[in-house]
Design a protein around this ligand. Sequence first.
Ligand code: FDA
Length: 388
Amino acid sequence: MSYDLIIIGAGAAGLMCAGRAVQGGLSVLVLDHAKRPGEKIRISGGGRCNFTNIHCTHKNFISQNPHFARSALARYTPQDFIDLVERYGIAWHEKTKGQLFCDESAQQIIDMLLEEAKGMELRLECNVLGVDKFDAGFVVTTSREAIEAKAVVVACGGPSIPKMGASRFGYELALRFELPLVEPAPALVPLTFTGELKEPIAALSGVSTNSVVSHPGHDFEEALLFTHRGLSGPAILQISSYWNPGDSITINLAPDIDILTALKKARTETPKQTPEIWLSQYLPKRLAAYLASHIKQLRLADMNDAALNNLALMVNHWHVTPAGSEGYRKAEVTKGGVDTNSLSSKTMEVKSVKGLYFIGEVVDVTGHLGGHNFQWAWASGAACAEAI
Ligand code: FDA
């Protein structure tokens, strides 16, 4: 049996591509080694799927070519996906910063994508072993058989969360076709600490506070969470995508207040107050106690300018060097991947191999937290299907 199109990976990008291709009249076979389609969609957004972001532009993505995602994102917009969601009567809400979630369940998005792709053939628990090009198309070899297709779309994501079926297969395939890779690395991932910060951070586990986390050239204002192993929360996940081993990050634990100015004022107005009590107006109590434990003086009145400055720096300018990250085991996405120089930004087709396409997370296009990664999956899937 021969198909117009074989898609490897029944995830977000693969299912979107399948739907558009089937609706365009193509015969489509989707292969996935997992037991169920769209497993990452199912667990996304805490089970409610942050399916897009209304502010999404190419500026929300990390790639060696920051303009690569532009064309596909412009042709399949967040509003296009919202229209689709509404056509299926799926209720949604904006949580914060343009992030749209299902009111009920991420499963609704999977069901919608499967319904859109009605007519495709879906083979699950099917291990794809290789793809070979011949004159008229491709032969895809699976653990069961060899299948022919005129075109092949590689939509098998990156290696983050291996226990969910994530694999490096897309990269292996790219290398087999002599396509360069941008070094993959875990992204949107908690950062870990060793040494003198390990214990105090672990002791603050569960504390969460609004913060601005910075890495040269990038700042994110979101919640920061202390954990048993380090720092997490949206602000840290965002900066982790820019962080490289050995780099420091700077954290402003009270971004709405200039602590030094406020401390100087308080030293005059409420001199008997302890640094801990004063800080706890602005920070969670346990965090205030930890920061104040570095101060020898018991009252604001006893603190000289240098002491005030030290405390202010710890709050507004906490400079830390993470020891590492939680790695692929906990990374929401993988940055890097198939070098965009080898793909057409309009169609996702490999420039040197007609009929072969790469879409979604396997490509060196990595979104910020907040629905951007799914928007890239939808947009790259749609761009590719239109071209086939
Ligand atoms: P995806 O990983 O979805 O699909 C790849 C498919 O290929 C899988 O079904 C896999 O089984 C299959 N596959 C892999 N190797 C194969 C092989 N050798 N043979 C056959 N099949 C193979 N993003 C967002 O925008 N909003 C959100 O709320 C979240 N939330 C979130 C939570 C968690 C816990 C994670 C891990 C990730 C997110 N994300 C997210 C990121 C988002 O899930 C991710 O970017 C997209 O799923 C990527 O879509 P793809 O289709 O490219 O890969």
